[in-house]
Design a protein around this ligand. Structure first.
Ligand code: HEM
Length: 390
């Protein structure tokens, strides 16, 4: 175990709002062992930015980790060439070109269809009524699993996320995770003949065409599902909430003084959808005055990095005019989010402008408070709103 100073957290309070503890850690113990998480956490942005690249020390290879055991060995849990070759095979499906030429039109079509149904309703919980189905329909296209429902996409994604965080071995959570991975495997089996006959730009199709071995194909499709549903969903709903609760910022966009992408990048800095990425210490090392031992677990706290006062003025303020270049919401090393281009298109090019254009007079429903939670994954649990119907 590392000899980092111990920092004790109250887990429910940390889930409700991790930012006060993270600020204290950045100030007093920027690399700290948190007993409740069984992990040494890095909280300062520049430490994470430099150390995430040292894959010989802070390795992604975690052979006994729950992700490997439950979802198969995907590229996010590999280092070096083994990682880069699988990442390169996925790239044609998530490249800026694929987003521009293949996915953008599909994203627009999904948003318009969902909004056509929603617009006459006057009021809704936008998490369930828009962000969730929109994100899932887009991800069905990107992964190639167009044979499943959007509800399955969301439920299976959540079941895998819960399974991977099931450190206490809760049997119900494990069973639900197995059901999700079995469902995904069956959906992959059904799509293989279709995509072999009619290849397209989806992840499943490009991995099959590249001749990736089937265990890795399955694991990487599951990775895209576990990492690609909640985050755009949470970014769409919570960036909408951030703009509704900061009307001065929304006005900047309406007046043409800021762009939707500014709102998305600042939202992802302010409330980072993936707050943490884990690593395993591969060899003894000393950094920041701390000695690390092999097999120590390390968490790079992206959510804390993005509130680091050394890099961002008044970091707790949502300000879409700020320079977000130092944000590491999508990571800072070789595992930089493969879906970043697609996410920007989904949220900033399609979801936010379509929502605010179609739902006139959009406002929060004051009778039903918004709930927000999480530190590893953080997002809104509900977004009750209403709008005007002509
Ligand atoms: C707002 C949306 C999203 C955010 C904030 C986000 C964030 C992240 C983060 C923080 C990582 C880990 C980076 C690291 O450890 O350095 C990651 C990895 C990854 N993400 Fe995303 N993600 C988003 C959407 C997506 C989508 C839509 C997809 C699917 C198309 C996706 C696929 C992946 C994959 C495959 C990896 C692993 C990359 C690798 O190991 O090389 N993500 N993402």
């Amino acid at each position: 175990m590392s000899n980092a100073p111990h920092y004790v957290i109250d887990v429910p309070a940390f889930w409700a709002d991790p930012y006060p503890d993270l600020a204290r850690m950045r100030r007093c113990a920027p690399i700290a062992f948190v007993p409740q998480l069984g992990s040494t956490v890095f909280t300062r942005r520049d430490d994470i930015f430099t150390q995430e690249k040292r894959i010989d020390v802070f390795s992604s290879h975690q052979p006994d980790g729950l992700m490997n055991v439950l979802m198969g060995h995907n590229m996010m849990r590999k280092d070096g060439d083994a990682h880069m070759s699988e990442r390169a095979q996925m790239f044609p499906s998530v490249s800026p070109r694929a987003v521009r030429e293949t996915w953008l039109a599909k994203f627009h079509a999904h948003a318009e269809r969902i909004l056509d149904e929603l617009a006459p309703r006057r009021a809704a919980d936008l998490v369930k009524a828009f962000a969730l189905p929109f994100s899932a329909e887009c991800l069905k296209d990107i992964t190639g699993l167009t044979n499943i429902s959007y509800q399955e996409m969301d439920a299976w994604s959540q079941a895998m996320i819960d399974g991977v965080a099931n450190y206490t071995g809760d049997e119900t959570i494990e069973t639900r995770c197995h059901a999700a991975t079995t469902g995904i495997d069956a959906a992959i089996d059904d799509m293989i003949p279709v995509l072999t006959k009619h290849p397209n730009n989806s992840i499943l199709s490009v991995l099959l065409a590249a001749g990736q071995n089937m265990d890795s194909v399955r694991a990487n499709v599951k990775l895209a599902i576990s990492g690609g549903q909640n985050e755009p969903r949470d970014a769409v709903s919570a960036a909408t909430w951030a703009l509704l609760t900061h009307p001065d910022q929304l006005a900047l966009i309406r007046d043409g003084r800021a762009r939707w992408i500014d709102a998305f990048e600042e939202y992802a800095r302010w409330i980072t959808p993936i707050g943490m990425s884990p690593r395993r210490v591969a060899k003894p090392c000393r950094y920041g005055g701390i000695d690390f031992e092999p097999d120590d677990r390390v968490f790079f706290m992206f959510g804390s990095a993005n509130r680091d006062e050394a890099c961002f003025d008044e970091p707790d303020r949502f300000d879409i005019t700020r320079d977000t270049q130092k944000s590491i919401a999508f990571g800072a090393g070789p595992h930089y989010c493969a879906g970043a281009f697609a996410s920007r298109a989904m949220v900033a090019d399609v979801a936010l402008p379509s929502l605010f254009a179609r739902l006139k007079g959009l406002r929060l429903d004051p009778s039903d408070p918004v709930r927000i939670g999480g530190w590893a994954f953080r997002g809104l649990l509900n977004l009750p709103v209403d709008w005007k119907v002509n």
